[in-house]
Design a protein around this ligand. Structure first.
Ligand code: 8X3
Length: 270
């Protein structure tokens, strides 16, 4: 039987201070929130995003608040040159955590009416970028390493208009299962986080609808959607589990969402 001391200590979380994390898609949304959460937990960071100016601002904000090392690398996770730069700058050395977050949704047209550039962009970022980053990072990870990928409810359910976004997230979830099977016996942990609607603090719907802000806002109309910080808190929780615990899948939705297409929209009096 577990002692009362251990039962009362069970709410304690493992420290991740001083460990090194790569965060992709760090310039906005879940990636930005996760970078800040990891910095406040004392992690040293490698921040990756295509937008150098946003990365610079994030790096400055973190370093003004917390005493951790931050390296910013502007680049595209599907570009082989990025990996050469990361290697040359020692970004994979002593790596503990990879937060494989870069990705996006583009368009919601049914099959037959889609823009093929949208499809390519999603497959590139959500699949190839995440796969390439994991492929580059895993050989550098020792026991205690942890890979977290931002999946989606769209990796668990399908919905009309989702086509390639849904397909890309199903592929990412499947990839993470394989990665888990391939790494668990080396003491490396793998977590897929599968959020439902995350609006506040992200550009997800704005990007999906090519800057149409009214359409983007209508996604969350009358409901309380998740915030980017709700997801970064879950990622932090996964990383802080004791070494013998692996959260394989975190499926997190707003209370007002029952499934990919089940949304409780509140009336004015609710
Ligand atoms: C979650 C967003 O639109 O697929 O990734 O539900 S959505």
């Amino acid at each position: 039987m577990q002692s009362f001391d251990s039962l009362f200590a069970a709410a304690e979380v493992a420290s991740i201070a001083g460990r090194k994390a790569i965060v992709t898609g760090a310039s906005s949304g879940i990636g930005r929130a996760t970078a800040c959460a990891l910095a406040s937990a004392g992690c040293n960071l490698v921040l990756i995003s295509r937008r150098a100016d946003r990365l610079q601002e994030l790096e400055q904000e973190i370093q003004a608040r917390v005493d951790v090392n931050v390296v910013s690398v502007a680049g595209d996770v599907t570009d082989a040159a990025l990996y050469d730069e990361l290697t040359a700058r020692g970004c994979f050395d002593d790596l503990s955590f990879l937060i494989n977050n870069a990705g996006l949704a583009r368009g919601k047209e049914p099959v037959g009416q889609a823009d093929l550039n949208d499809w390519k962009e999603m497959i590139d970022a959500n699949c190839m970028g995440a796969f390439m980053m994991a492929n580059a990072a895993v050989p550098h990870m020792a026991e205690g390493g942890h890979i977290v990928s931002t999946g989606s409810i769209a990796g668990l359910e399908a919905y009309e208009g989702g086509s390639v976004y849904v397909a890309s997230k199903h592929a990412l979830h499947a990839f993470m299962k394989v990665l888990r099977y391939e790494t668990y016996s080396r003491g490396i942990r793998c977590t897929t986080i599968a959020p439902g609607f995350v609006g506040e603090g992200t550009e997800f719907s704005e990007v999906r609808f090519h800057g149409d802000m009214d359409r983007a806002a209508s996604v969350y109309e009358g409901m309380r959607e998740l915030r980017a910080t709700d997801i970064s808190a879950q990622i932090l929780w996964a990383l802080r589990q004791p070494a013998h615990v692996n959260l394989d899948m975190i499926h997190v939705m707003p209370s007002d969402q029952g499934g990919a297409t089940r949304i409780h929209r509140r009336g004015p009096s609710e």
